[in-house]
Design a binder for this molecule. Sequence first.
Ligand SMILES: C[S@@+](CC[C@H](N)C(=O)[O-])C[C@H]1O[C@@H](n2cnc3c(N)ncnc32)[C@H](O)[C@@H]1O
Length: 277
Amino acid sequence: MPSIEENVYKWNEDYSWQSGGEPWSAPWGSSSAQWYGCIYPRIQRFLPAPTILEIAPGFGRWTEFLLSHCDTLIGVDVAPKCVEACTERFAGHPGASFFTNDGHNLPMVADSSVDFAFSFDSLVHVEVETLAGYLRELARVLTPDGAGFLHHSNYGTYRRSANALAPLQGAFDHLPTVARAGLLRTGAYRGAHWRASSVTAAGFVDLCEAAGLRCVGQELVNWEGGLLLIDAMSVVTRPGSRWDRPNRVVKNRLFRTEARAIRRSAAVYDAPSAPST
Ligand SMILES: C[S@@+](CC[C@H](N)C(=O)[O-])C[C@H]1O[C@@H](n2cnc3c(N)ncnc32)[C@H](O)[C@@H]1O
């Protein structure tokens, strides 16, 4: 868990997509503040990129920003509802196209055609076999100097506690939003945010090797409500590319503290309609 089928159900049927996922950016203040304060600084050296592949764009929270850094953007999501939403939202961008896929293959993407592959706040919900599928496909579709930035789970590092918490997580997920927020706020329940429990940052490196890719950087971070480094952002590339080097791993337990700092200053500079903190 979570399986591809559960992801399709959750994102195509269950989740309301009110505000297109914007509430997930609340810890940073807004999606704009999160992009410019958190995501863009981590990926700026790969941009601009002629062709960007975005895996799992949802309703386009990051697509909006990625589009100004490429000529062509291909968005691939397992939920048809998300593909429809992005197709409509970005209809004015002739270089943007969106496709539904089976959750781990990229048949709509040509060999050696992608300069930069991006995924944030999505692949944390996919298990190891799904990641392995995408990495095999990236080995096929990346250009010789292409690179990828993939945000994925590291929850498997805490597998024993993950297994113990699994029944609790199921009950937690069915609580009303207000109750869930209350439990997280009080610290009574830390929550795993539906992270995949089979994935670890170290295992991800092995998956890259098996797929014929190199993992050259990993930042292990905490997420809302805890100090555990349940997530990782990994940079992948082809062996011998201009980005190739031995892997560098950094543990960042200040990720959520950074978010709070970004939110505080963004309140000064954000659009008039953005909430102040
Ligand atoms: C939490 S939403 C995040 C969407 C977007 N990345 C954002 O941050 O706003 C998760 C997205 O991942 C997609 N997804 C989940 N598993 C997937 C898979 N195996 N392949 C492609 N998309 C997937 C869902 O359909 C959904 O659009």
